[in-house]
Design a protein around this ligand. Structure first.
Ligand SMILES: Cc1cc2nc3c(=O)[nH]c(=O)nc-3n(C[C@H](O)[C@H](O)[C@H](O)COP(=O)(O)O)c2cc1C
Length: 241
């Protein structure tokens, strides 16, 4: 056996495979299910416009021209554009609670937070997206671009970005059903969400770049979440180019 096969990454993949004759077994005991939606009931709220402009961009062309953008102009992003991006990533698209991006078992373990830097009618600050209300819950005001750049291994595009999407996973939402295999699904869910963001941004003719390199718990601290149960797993910078 090679050393890399003994490491946690390789072992995780092998120990969470489904086999026809060997169901996934574990000793995790009973796993409690957290509520399906997170909310900050005491936070002040910014209602997002539901009648946002929907760009009529051809899908194939949008896919063809999408590129990660890392340089942004100082022009602010409109609130309508932000509303469209949030709808495209995590918006409710059915009365049954299904959303724009698919999710394993429709469990929706991913939460969306924003670091707003330069968006019309929204003071800079950290916000949580409330998908049910289609609103932003204010967690704290202030410009967090410099801190984010530092927490993302010095990637300076955070300082220029109009808004940063920060996706966390409420691990047990998915683990209660899928046990250890849930971790695979959580990252797949996040990929779908981010790709919707990238395509929606391209359709709006604005730039975005996915970010996987960051000091996990430093970002958790910025959001004020409990790293034991909810973890930052993916970011994306967005702005006009
Ligand atoms: C999971 C993931 C993590 C990424 N992390 C970073 C990152 O930390 N910094 C960065 O500048 N680009 C990051 N990228 C963007 C990739 O560098 C980019 O997608 C790749 O170079 C292909 O270019 P394209 O997106 O323009 O097609 C990431 C992309 C993915 C999918």
């Amino acid at each position: 056996m090679n050393n890399y096969q003994k490491g946690i990454g390789y072992r995780y993949l092998f120990e969470t495979k489904y086999y026809p004759d060997n169901p996934l077994k574990d000793d995790l005991g009973i796993i409690p299910s957290p509520p399906p939606y997170k909310t900050y009931p005491n936070a002040s709220r910014i209602k997002l416009p539901k009648d946002f402009y929907v760009p009529q961009a051809p899908l194939a062309q949008t896919i063809a021209i999408r590129r990660s953008q890392r340089k942004f102009s100082p022009q602010p992003l409109g609130l309508e554009a932000l509303a469209f991006l949030l709808w495209a990533t995590q918006g409710l698209t059915s009365a049954q609670g299904y959303r724009a991006a698919p999710s394993a078992g429709a469990l929706y373990p991913i939460e969306t937070y924003l670091s707003v830097h330069n968006v019309k009618n929204i003071p800079p600050g950290i916000y949580h997206f409330n998908a049910l209300e289609f609103s932003l819950e204010t967690l704290k005001e202030g410009f967090y671009g410099n801190q984010l750049a530092q927490n993302a291994l010095g990637q300076n595009m955070f300082k220029q970005a109009a808004v940063v999407f920060i996706w966390t996973a409420v691990i047990l939402r998915s683990m209660a059903k899928y046990r250890n295999r849930a971790i695979r699904y959580i990252f797949l869910d996040a990929g779908h969400i981010c790709q919707n963001l990238l395509l929606a941004a391209t359709a709006l003719k604005i730039g975005a770049c996915p970010i996987g390199a960051f000091f996990d718990e430093e970002v958790d601290k910025m959001l004020g979440i409990n790293s034991q149960t909810e973890m930052t797993i993916y970011l994306a910078v967005v702005g006009k180019v």
